[in-house]
Write a protein that binds this ligand. Structure first.
Ligand code: SAH
Length: 207
Protein backbone atom coordinates (compact mmCIF):
# COMPACT_ATOMS: atom_id res chain seq x y z
CA UNK A 1 0.00 0.00 0.00
CA UNK A 2 1.15 3.53 -0.71
CA UNK A 3 1.44 6.18 2.02
CA UNK A 4 -1.70 7.78 0.65
CA UNK A 5 -3.66 4.50 0.83
CA UNK A 6 -2.46 3.91 4.37
CA UNK A 7 -3.57 7.39 5.35
CA UNK A 8 -6.99 6.65 3.90
CA UNK A 9 -7.12 3.40 5.89
CA UNK A 10 -6.16 5.33 9.02
CA UNK A 11 -9.12 7.70 8.69
CA UNK A 12 -11.42 4.75 8.01
CA UNK A 13 -10.14 2.93 11.09
CA UNK A 14 -10.80 5.95 13.31
CA UNK A 15 -14.28 6.35 11.83
CA UNK A 16 -15.38 2.69 11.76
CA UNK A 17 -13.47 1.01 14.59
CA UNK A 18 -13.03 3.83 17.10
CA UNK A 19 -15.68 6.54 16.73
CA UNK A 20 -18.45 4.18 15.61
CA UNK A 21 -17.76 2.00 18.65
CA UNK A 22 -18.34 4.83 21.09
CA UNK A 23 -15.07 6.69 21.64
CA UNK A 24 -15.94 10.41 21.59
CA UNK A 25 -12.95 12.26 23.09
CA UNK A 26 -11.98 14.65 20.26
CA UNK A 27 -8.33 14.75 21.37
CA UNK A 28 -8.03 10.97 21.19
CA UNK A 29 -9.72 10.78 17.78
CA UNK A 30 -7.53 13.54 16.33
CA UNK A 31 -4.35 11.98 17.73
CA UNK A 32 -5.29 8.67 16.11
CA UNK A 33 -5.82 10.42 12.80
CA UNK A 34 -2.35 11.92 13.09
CA UNK A 35 -0.10 9.05 14.22
CA UNK A 36 0.91 6.67 11.39
CA UNK A 37 0.56 3.24 13.04
CA UNK A 38 2.44 1.63 10.14
CA UNK A 39 5.65 3.20 11.47
CA UNK A 40 5.31 1.21 14.68
CA UNK A 41 4.63 -2.27 13.27
CA UNK A 42 7.18 -4.57 11.63
CA UNK A 43 7.65 -3.97 7.90
CA UNK A 44 5.87 -7.23 6.94
CA UNK A 45 2.77 -6.08 8.88
CA UNK A 46 2.66 -2.70 7.17
CA UNK A 47 -0.46 -3.44 5.14
CA UNK A 48 -2.22 -4.69 8.29
CA UNK A 49 -1.42 -1.55 10.29
CA UNK A 50 -5.05 -0.41 10.28
CA UNK A 51 -6.68 -3.72 11.02
CA UNK A 52 -8.30 -3.30 14.40
CA UNK A 53 -6.28 -6.01 16.15
CA UNK A 54 -3.04 -6.50 18.04
CA UNK A 55 0.03 -7.29 15.89
CA UNK A 56 3.32 -8.98 16.80
CA UNK A 57 6.22 -6.56 17.44
CA UNK A 58 8.89 -9.14 18.36
CA UNK A 59 10.11 -10.52 21.70
CA UNK A 60 6.72 -12.22 22.12
CA UNK A 61 5.03 -8.83 22.61
CA UNK A 62 2.22 -7.17 20.69
CA UNK A 63 1.15 -3.68 19.72
CA UNK A 64 -2.25 -3.27 21.36
CA UNK A 65 -5.52 -3.23 19.44
CA UNK A 66 -6.30 0.36 18.37
CA UNK A 67 -9.81 0.33 19.85
CA UNK A 68 -8.51 -0.72 23.28
CA UNK A 69 -5.77 1.92 23.11
CA UNK A 70 -8.44 4.53 22.32
CA UNK A 71 -10.64 3.42 25.23
CA UNK A 72 -7.73 3.55 27.68
CA UNK A 73 -6.62 6.97 26.46
CA UNK A 74 -10.18 8.27 26.78
CA UNK A 75 -10.37 6.93 30.34
CA UNK A 76 -7.27 8.97 31.21
CA UNK A 77 -9.24 12.20 30.64
CA UNK A 78 -6.27 14.21 29.50
CA UNK A 79 -6.54 17.98 29.13
CA UNK A 80 -3.07 18.47 27.63
CA UNK A 81 -1.35 19.81 30.74
CA UNK A 82 -0.46 16.53 32.40
CA UNK A 83 2.78 14.67 32.96
CA UNK A 84 2.06 11.05 32.14
CA UNK A 85 3.91 7.86 33.06
CA UNK A 86 3.43 4.96 30.65
CA UNK A 87 4.56 1.47 31.61
CA UNK A 88 5.26 -0.86 28.65
CA UNK A 89 6.43 1.31 25.74
CA UNK A 90 6.38 -1.71 23.39
CA UNK A 91 6.21 -0.39 19.83
CA UNK A 92 5.85 3.20 21.02
CA UNK A 93 2.53 3.69 19.19
CA UNK A 94 0.56 4.63 22.29
CA UNK A 95 3.50 6.77 23.45
CA UNK A 96 3.20 8.78 20.22
CA UNK A 97 -0.54 9.25 20.78
CA UNK A 98 0.11 10.37 24.37
CA UNK A 99 2.60 12.96 23.15
CA UNK A 100 -0.29 14.79 21.42
CA UNK A 101 -2.55 14.48 24.45
CA UNK A 102 -0.26 15.40 27.35
CA UNK A 103 2.43 17.89 28.22
CA UNK A 104 5.18 15.38 28.92
CA UNK A 105 5.35 11.60 28.50
CA UNK A 106 7.67 9.36 30.51
CA UNK A 107 7.58 5.86 29.10
CA UNK A 108 9.24 2.80 30.57
CA UNK A 109 10.00 -0.52 28.87
CA UNK A 110 11.84 -3.51 30.33
CA UNK A 111 13.09 -4.92 27.02
CA UNK A 112 16.05 -3.01 25.67
CA UNK A 113 15.53 -4.07 22.02
CA UNK A 114 11.95 -2.76 21.96
CA UNK A 115 12.91 0.43 23.79
CA UNK A 116 15.69 1.11 21.27
CA UNK A 117 13.43 0.58 18.30
CA UNK A 118 10.75 2.82 19.81
CA UNK A 119 13.38 5.46 20.59
CA UNK A 120 14.38 5.67 16.91
CA UNK A 121 10.81 6.26 15.77
CA UNK A 122 9.94 8.64 18.60
CA UNK A 123 12.80 11.10 18.06
CA UNK A 124 10.37 13.40 16.25
CA UNK A 125 8.15 13.58 19.36
CA UNK A 126 9.98 16.12 21.56
CA UNK A 127 7.92 15.78 24.75
CA UNK A 128 8.60 12.02 25.10
CA UNK A 129 11.28 10.48 27.32
CA UNK A 130 11.95 6.74 27.23
CA UNK A 131 13.46 4.69 30.02
CA UNK A 132 14.60 1.09 30.12
CA UNK A 133 13.64 -0.29 33.49
CA UNK A 134 11.24 -2.16 35.67
CA UNK A 135 7.74 -0.77 35.61
CA UNK A 136 7.01 -2.24 39.04
CA UNK A 137 9.33 0.44 40.46
CA UNK A 138 7.95 3.20 38.26
CA UNK A 139 9.97 6.36 37.87
CA UNK A 140 10.32 7.89 41.36
CA UNK A 141 12.81 10.54 40.23
CA UNK A 142 10.12 12.18 38.06
CA UNK A 143 7.07 11.52 40.28
CA UNK A 144 4.38 12.53 40.97
CA UNK A 145 2.50 11.97 37.71
CA UNK A 146 -1.00 13.30 37.04
CA UNK A 147 -1.70 10.20 34.98
CA UNK A 148 -0.29 6.66 34.78
CA UNK A 149 -1.14 4.10 32.10
CA UNK A 150 0.01 0.48 32.12
CA UNK A 151 0.05 -1.51 28.85
CA UNK A 152 0.74 -4.92 30.39
CA UNK A 153 -1.38 -6.63 33.01
CA UNK A 154 -0.21 -6.86 36.64
CA UNK A 155 -2.16 -9.15 39.00
CA UNK A 156 -2.95 -6.10 41.14
CA UNK A 157 -2.02 -2.40 40.88
CA UNK A 158 1.72 -1.99 41.68
CA UNK A 159 2.18 -0.21 45.01
CA UNK A 160 5.03 2.00 43.77
CA UNK A 161 2.83 3.31 40.95
CA UNK A 162 -0.06 4.09 43.30
CA UNK A 163 2.41 6.10 45.40
CA UNK A 164 3.72 7.96 42.34
CA UNK A 165 0.22 8.98 41.26
CA UNK A 166 -0.50 12.65 42.00
CA UNK A 167 -3.48 13.70 44.11
CA UNK A 168 -6.61 13.78 41.95
CA UNK A 169 -4.77 11.72 39.33
CA UNK A 170 -5.93 8.68 37.36
CA UNK A 171 -4.20 5.34 36.77
CA UNK A 172 -5.57 3.16 33.95
CA UNK A 173 -4.50 -0.46 33.61
CA UNK A 174 -5.57 -3.99 32.75
CA UNK A 175 -5.53 -5.86 36.06
CA UNK A 176 -5.57 -9.61 36.76
CA UNK A 177 -4.88 -12.89 35.01
CA UNK A 178 -6.61 -14.26 31.90
CA UNK A 179 -9.50 -14.90 31.49
CA UNK A 180 -10.46 -12.54 34.31
CA UNK A 181 -8.43 -9.50 33.25
CA UNK A 182 -10.34 -6.25 33.72
CA UNK A 183 -9.74 -2.73 32.53
CA UNK A 184 -9.55 -0.60 35.68
CA UNK A 185 -9.33 3.11 36.39
CA UNK A 186 -8.11 4.18 39.80
CA UNK A 187 -8.51 7.74 41.02
CA UNK A 188 -6.39 9.01 43.86
CA UNK A 189 -8.24 11.26 46.29
CA UNK A 190 -5.83 12.16 49.08
CA UNK A 191 -4.75 8.86 50.58
CA UNK A 192 -7.85 7.16 49.20
CA UNK A 193 -7.92 5.16 45.93
CA UNK A 194 -11.25 4.80 44.14
CA UNK A 195 -11.55 2.02 41.59
CA UNK A 196 -13.89 1.70 38.61
CA UNK A 197 -14.10 -1.24 36.18
CA UNK A 198 -14.62 -1.12 32.42
CA UNK A 199 -15.00 -4.71 31.27
CA UNK A 200 -12.76 -7.54 30.14
CA UNK A 201 -9.52 -7.10 28.17
CA UNK A 202 -6.63 -9.25 27.01
CA UNK A 203 -3.08 -7.96 27.58
CA UNK A 204 0.33 -9.58 27.89
CA UNK A 205 1.24 -10.01 31.57
CA UNK A 206 3.39 -7.44 33.34
CA UNK A 207 6.56 -9.28 34.36
N1 SAH B 1 1.28 0.03 24.22
C1 SAH B 1 2.23 -0.90 23.68
C2 SAH B 1 1.95 -2.27 24.27
C3 SAH B 1 3.09 -3.21 24.20
S1 SAH B 1 2.81 -4.78 24.97
C4 SAH B 1 2.08 -0.92 22.17
O1 SAH B 1 0.99 -0.61 21.71
O2 SAH B 1 3.02 -1.26 21.47
C5 SAH B 1 3.32 -4.50 26.63
C6 SAH B 1 4.74 -4.09 26.87
O3 SAH B 1 4.96 -4.05 28.27
C7 SAH B 1 5.79 -5.07 26.31
O4 SAH B 1 6.65 -4.37 25.46
C8 SAH B 1 6.51 -5.59 27.55
O5 SAH B 1 7.88 -5.83 27.34
C9 SAH B 1 6.28 -4.45 28.54
N2 SAH B 1 6.40 -4.84 29.95
C10 SAH B 1 5.94 -5.95 30.56
N3 SAH B 1 6.26 -5.95 31.87
C11 SAH B 1 6.95 -4.79 32.11
C12 SAH B 1 7.56 -4.21 33.27
N4 SAH B 1 7.54 -4.80 34.46
N5 SAH B 1 8.19 -3.02 33.14
C13 SAH B 1 8.23 -2.38 31.93
N6 SAH B 1 7.67 -2.87 30.80
C14 SAH B 1 7.04 -4.07 30.88
Amino acid sequence: MTDEELKQRRYEMVRDDIRARGVTDPGVLTAMERVPREQFVPERERNSAYDNRPLPIGEGQTISQPYVVAVMLELLRLSGNERVLEIGTGSGYQTALLSYLAQEVFSMERLDTLAQRAQRILTTYPNVRLFVGDGWQGCPEHAPFERIIISAAPPSPPQALLEQLGHGGFLVAPIGHQPAQRLVRIRRVGSDYQEEEFGGVSFVPMV
